[in-house]
Design a protein. Structure first.
Length: 79
């Protein structure tokens, strides 16, 4: 799976778990709602700075953000 889709799915998963709308998350992270939507849809190459803003708004650490089964899969084919 494309890393942009993995990040988008993770943000959506955490946002919904927090009971937040895209608008709520955008406000809390000081980002535009349409930007959040495009990230969740895998259409944006989001910067680590904005990932940190989003994680903070979702009240999770970057470690917790990336501690997910999708990110822990070996996609290189090596061990």
């Amino acid at each position: 799976m494309d890393v942009k889709l993995k990040i988008g799915y993770r943000i959506k998963e955490l946002r919904e778990k927090a009971g937040m709308s895209q608008k709520d998350l955008a406000y809390a992270a000081d980002l535009d709602r349409s930007y959040i939507a495009s990230i969740e849809n895998g259409q944006r190459n989001v910067s680590i700075i904005n990932i940190e803003k989003i994680a903070t708004a979702l009240n999770v650490t970057l470690k917790d953000f990336f501690n997910n089964a999708e990110f822990n899969k070996d996609t290189t084919g090596s061990r």
